[in-house]
Design a protein around this ligand. Sequence first.
Ligand code: PGA
Length: 248
Amino acid sequence: MRQVIFAANWKMHIAPAEVRSFAAAFLAQNAPSEGRTLWFFPSTVSIEAATTAFGGRPDIRIGAQDVHWEPKGAFTGATSIPLAQGAGATGALVGHSERRHVFGETDEETGRKVRAILATGLTAMLCVGEKLAERESGQTEAVCLRQLRAGLSGVGQDQWEKIVIAYEPVWAIGTGKNASPGDAATVHSAIRAELGRLGATGRRPVLYGGSVNQANIGQLLAEPEINGVLVGGASLDPVGWARIVAAG
Ligand code: PGA
């Protein structure tokens, strides 16, 4: 049976007090479905509220938007994996383009984070994607595969089942422009081939992200190479998000 993942990246939105009303509105429209997993990535301060609000649903997982690779220490402003885990997170995004391009995270740092997440037994959702200039100069695959290799170096044989990849072209995030399903599927195939060369076991999920909405979800998921979606803006409204999940 096909497995599909719907991941909501709430970015710097939805306070703890708002999580409960979001969850009530969303859960009223959404029942568990076989083969479907839902992830919510709230702001760090809302992880615990989300863990509580969605707690009764085994198909729903909560993750952090970013973590530090060190388990503790003097890193003002950062969240360690054990701290996120203590609030209920069972996974984390790594290398989201906003972390890479707004906060200057390097390929090497994404790799450290992935290894630390896996060592703790959590799921790592590694984001890769090219900027517009890179796409226009024909470097899409080279950039994505470089980010993939750096992010996944040192993944142990028994750790692959905790890896999810999200292909998010930077020019498509929050812009209303999305990669055509065919273009996305081409990059997904290249990612899948690289995963094979890296020794990945099983069929790792490769999600698409970047301006996913109610109008394009059907076409995107019609591509067998696209195993789910990572959604920012359109995941902030509980009813709209439930509709996207239902349409998918
Ligand atoms: P968007 O964001 O859906 O608002 O384009 C996607 C993301 O950044 O994960």
